[in-house]
Design a binder for this molecule. Structure first.
Ligand code: ADP
Ligand code: ADP
Length: 226
């Protein structure tokens, strides 16, 4: 069976102004280890799709399974990286990276080693004792990526993680993420509206259209990073 299956999923938000069909029909499977980019215009339903995969929004119809289990809520074994890096301002960079671990099982030497490895990969180990406000936007996003990877998630969900950054920082972040990827190789869903980013990072691109909100193209990217 596939690692992840999104089976005839639909999402309708009920609002004061009426029903909004955010996802009309999503139906696809993902193999373990695939890096899948979801590309599409603003408002086409990308975030909604990812929230449902991550168990942060219920589906209105259809179902989503990961590794044999139906998604019914957020999971501690998933990594979540969102557009705005919501780091805890009163905690150090290192404590922010370790935050998911503290919640789950308590820290061990291995977790500290992993935090060090991740922060070194993104060039921020020397900043481990700084507070988030002492860092630039790009640096904070790199911290958020390390936090998303600290618990060795089996599925990494990223929603436009670099969209608040300028073009040069985005290129740096793409390179940092590609490095992390080549090293840890997890299954990932990466939402973006940048074709360039999608093609650079992913080995498969799902293109979403707006009305109706469906996956209109499913493209394999043959390119391998050198
Ligand atoms: P994208 O991530 O592609 O920009 P979204 O999933 O954020 O798309 O939004 C898809 C559609 O659903 C849009 O029309 C948006 O306005 C609507 N929408 C998103 N979230 C909500 C919500 N919580 N309540 C009502 N409508 C929403
Ligand atoms: P932004 O997206 O906010 O521009 P960047 O990540 O591009 O953030 O970093 C902006 C500035 O922060 C850099 O010009 C540099 O001075 C400093 N900086 C970023 N990363 C490091 C690092 N690893 N070591 C030292 N300084 C850094």
């Amino acid at each position: 069976p596939p690692y992840m299956s999104v089976q005839r999923v639909q999402k309708i938000y009920e609002t004061a102004g009426g029903a909004v069909e955010a996802v009309s029909l999503a139906d696809f499977t993902v193999t373990s280890g695939e890096f899948v980019a979801v590309l599409g215009p603003s408002g086409c339903g990308k975030s909604t799709l990812m929230m449902m995969i991550g168990g942060l929004e219920p589906t209105s119809a259809g179902r989503i399974r990961v590794d044999g289990a139906e998604i019914t809520g957020p999971r501690a074994d998933f990594g979540y990286i969102f557009q705005d890096a919501t780091l805890l301002p009163w905690k150090s960079v290192l404590d922010n990276v370790l935050f998911p671990i503290k919640l789950e099982h308590g820290r061990t030497r291995d977790h500290l080693e992993r935090a060090r490895e991740l922060l070194e990969l993104v060039g921020l180990w020397d900043f481990r004792d700084k507070r988030p406000r002492q860092l630039s936007g790009g640096m904070r996003q790199r911290v958020a990526i390390c936090r998303g990877l600290i618990n060795d998630p089996k599925l990494l969900l990223m929603d436009e993680p670099f969209s608040a950054l300028d073009a040069i920082s985005r290129d740096d972040m793409n390179a940092a993420l590609a490095d992390l990827w080549d090293r840890y190789h997890k299954t990932a869903i990466f939402i973006t509206h940048s074709i360039r980013e999608a093609v650079y990072l992913a080995d498969r691109v799902l293109v979403m259209s707006r009305r109706p909100s469906v996956i209109s193209h499913d493209v394999r990217i043959p390119f391998q990073r050198p």
